[in-house]
Design a protein around this ligand. Structure first.
Ligand code: MRU
Length: 346
């Protein structure tokens, strides 16, 4: 099953907030609800939120009562602003919305409002279908970097849930496993939302891939032990120079990997590469509600004092000097990334 899909004129998603305790599908009929689902992380992961937003535009098309193409385009434009502002860091969100709006703009003159509504849905469906195909292609390239017997540290969730299906970094691990390579994954928890412990572990269970959960602060220890051969992560935005924004904690993992000579591989579809930004300092970093950090329990009791304050940046930027190579659907990019990323994008 796909994490995001269109069925019976509704957008449906696996609710990622409650996994692995419960597996539930939620349905949406309004684009504002989709924007809210992206914000509250019912759907999450850069490619998945891109596809969700594209389908959100399709809902906006059906919500609009306009019978003229011009008015419909104005309604779609308003909806695209709402959807794009749901989360700032993952460039796939703006990329997908702009792609759909680009298709609308090109043909708005010669099509009726109903034809445009259908075009928006078709383009969203294409984005979703291509995502699966791209992930599988990317995984074939990435799997060439994995040897039989490797132990791999993986951060956050980059699997079928974070994409439309298959996954980015976890997709590479799945493909290598399918090729018969014996792999062990150290799944870091990924505080504060625990995408690793909750979602990656849940996916690996189903694929029959060997794994153990570690807390985030154990990565350095395992990397130093000599028993980890590689790190694979995803990205929410990778800039022209190869700086990689990804889930908070990625930078610390990359530093520890670099210090111990362990290769560090972001797996990044070209829709996540933002050549318009020269370096990672320019990437907007989402700051989420501090309660996500504070709201934890130990032995049934709250961990933090009642009035504790917290910070909660959701992403960090790993500088390109710590990145061994970047896996894309068009091949593996090696330093200097200023040159190799341009090539894979073209
Ligand atoms: O805050 P999230 O859970 O949406 O963050 C997800 C990640 O950081 C992933 O690593 C990233 O989206 C790329 S993997 C598809």
């Amino acid at each position: 099953m796909r994490s995001v899909f269109w069925e019976n004129n509704q957008l449906k998603m696996i609710d990622q907030r409650i996994l692995p305790a419960r597996f539930e599908i939620v349905s949406f009929t309004k684009h504002q609800q989709v924007a809210e689902a992206i914000k509250n992380m019912t759907v999450r992961g850069a490619p998945a939120i891109g596809a969700a937003a594209a389908f959100g535009l399709a809902l906006a098309g059906y919500e609009s009562a306009s019978s003229s193409s011009r008015e419909l385009v104005a309604d779609l434009q308003a909806a695209s602003l709402t959807l794009k502002s749901a989360r700032p860091t993952a460039v796939n969100l703006a990329w997908a919305v702009d792609r759909v709006m680009g298709a609308v703009t090109v043909s708005s003159q010669e099509r009726s409002a109903d034809e445009l509504r259908q075009l928006v849905l078709d383009e969203a469906q294409k984005i979703a279908d291509e995502d699966v195909e791209i992930n599988k292609r990317m995984a074939e390239h990435g799997a060439t970097l994995i040897n039989d017997g490797d132990t791999i540290i993986h951060h956050c969730n980059t699997g079928a849930l974070a994409t439309v299906d298959w996954g980015t970094a976890l997709g590479v691990i799945r493909t290598a496993h399918k090729q018969g390579k014996k792999i062990h994954v150290l799944v870091d928890e990924t505080r504060p939302r625990l995408q690793g412990a909750r979602l990656t572990a849940w996916e690996l269970e189903q694929y029959g891939i060997s794994y153990e959960i570690i807390s985030d602060n154990m990565s350095g220890h395992f990397l130093k032990s000599g028993k980890v051969q590689k790190c694979f992560v995803g990205s929410d935005r990778t800039t022209a120079n190869g700086d990689v924004a990804n889930k908070i904690g990625t930078y610390m993992l990359a530093l520890a990997a670099f210090d111990n000579g362990v290769p560090f591989y972001p797996v990044v579809p070209t829709s996540t590469i933002d050549l318009s930004l020269a370096s990672g300092d320019l990437i907007p970093i989402e700051e989420r509600n501090p309660n996500e950090v504070l709201d934890i329990q130990f032995q049934g009791e709250p961990v933090t004092p009642k009035n504790a304050k917290a910070r909660n940046p959701a992403f960090d930027v790993t500088p390109n000097r710590l990145v061994t190579a970047i896996v894309t659907e068009n091949g593996i990019a090696y330093p200097p990334f200023e040159i190799s990323l341009k090539k894979v994008v073209k």
